[in-house]
Design a protein around this ligand. Structure first.
Ligand code: DC
Length: 239
C-alpha cells in the first residue's frame, strides 16, 4: 500500500448517518451534535437549496448544465446550529432566508429529480466536505458513508418500518399544516425512497461497514444512546 492509500484510509472524526426519509436522521444527528459537541451538517438542505434555485429560475429540473451554472454562481450559506432540535438548518440563498421555503411540498417533490444529476452531486459533495472542515462532525443524508465520507469513523444506517416513518412525518407536518394527510405523505415518502434508492449515481444504500439501526421500536433516547456508545468506543480505540 503506498503512502497516499494509507492516508486515504485514515479514519476521519465524522459520524455518517444515512437512511430513508422519516427514519429520524435529523433528530438523532442534532442530538448527537448537541450533546457530543460536534458540527451538525444536514446535506439534504443543500440539495433542497439547489432545487429551489432551479424552481425560482424556471429551469427544467433535469437541465444539469443550467442548474450547475446557477449553483456555481450562487451564494449558499448554511448555519447548522443543533441547539434546538426542532428547528431546521438555517439556509440563506443569495442573501435570502429560504429556511422554510426549502421544506415546501413543491421543493419536496422536485428534490429527488435534481439530486439524481451527477454534476450537481459532485458539486454538492465538495461543498458538504468543506462544511465539515471545521472539525468533528455529524452529517446526515443518503450517501454520507458511501460517497461523502467513506472513511468516517462511524457509519450508521438508520431506518424504520414504512408505516412508522409516515406517522413521524405526519406528526411533524401537522404541527405546521392542519391539512397534513397520512396517505399523501405515504405516497410522497414512497416515491422519494424509490427515486433515491434506484438512481444511478450514489443511490441510498447501506455502506458495507455501516451499523444498521431499526428505530421502529426505539425511543429517541434509546437510539441516541446506542449510537453514542458505539461512537465513543470507536473514538477511544482510535486514540
Ligand atoms: O433529507 P432530506 O429529506 O432533506 O433530503 C432531500 C432529498 O435530497 C432526498 O430525497 C434525496 C436528496 N439527498 C441526497 O440525494 N443525498 C443526500 N446526501 C441528502 C439528500
Amino acid at each position: 500500500m503506498n503512502k497516499n492509500n494509507t492516508e486515504n484510509n485514515a479514519k476521519v472524526n465524522v459520524i455518517a448517518i444515512d437512511g430513508p426519509a422519516g427514519s429520524g436522521k435529523s433528530t438523532i444527528a442534532k442530538l448527537l451534535a448537541k450533546r457530543l459537541g460536534l458540527n451538525y451538517i444536514d446535506t439534504g438542505a443543500t440539495y433542497r437549496a439547489i432545487t429551489l434555485l432551479a424552481l425560482k429560475n424556471n429551469v427544467d429540473l433535469d437541465n444539469e448544465k443550467e442548474i450547475l451554472k446557477l449553483a456555481k454562481d450562487a451564494k449558499i450559506e448554511i448555519d447548522s446550529n443543533p441547539k434546538d432540535e426542532q428547528s431546521y438548518t438555517k439556509v440563506i440563498l443569495n442573501g435570502e432566508d429560504v429556511t422554510e421555503e426549502i421544506r415546501s411540498n413543491l421543493v419536496g417533490s422536485a428534490v429527488s429529480i435534481v439530486s439524481k444529476l451527477p454534476g450537481i452531486r459532485k458539486f454538492l459533495v465538495n461543498f458538504q466536505r468543506s462544511l465539515a472542515n471545521k472539525g468533528a462532525s455529524v452529517l446526515e443524508g443518503r450517501d454520507i458513508g458511501t460517497v461523502v465520507f467513506p472513511n468516517a469513523v462511524l457509519k450508521v444506517f438508520l431506518t424504520a418500518k414504512n408505516e412508522e416513518r409516515v406517522k413521524r412525518r405526519l406528526l411533524q407536518e401537522s404541527k405546521k399544516n392542519l391539512d397534513a394527510d397520512f396517505n399523501k405523505i405515504k405516497k410522497e415518502i414512497e416515491t422519494r425512497d424509490k427515486i433515491d434508492s434506484t438512481r444511478k449515481d450514489s443511490p441510498l444504500k447501506i455502506a458495507e461497514d455501516a451499523i444498521i439501526i431499526d428505530s421502529t421500536n426505539l425511543t429517541i433516547e434509546e437510539t441516541f444512546e446506542k449510537i453514542k456508545d458505539i461512537y465513543l468506543k470507536k473514538i477511544n480505540s482510535k486514540n
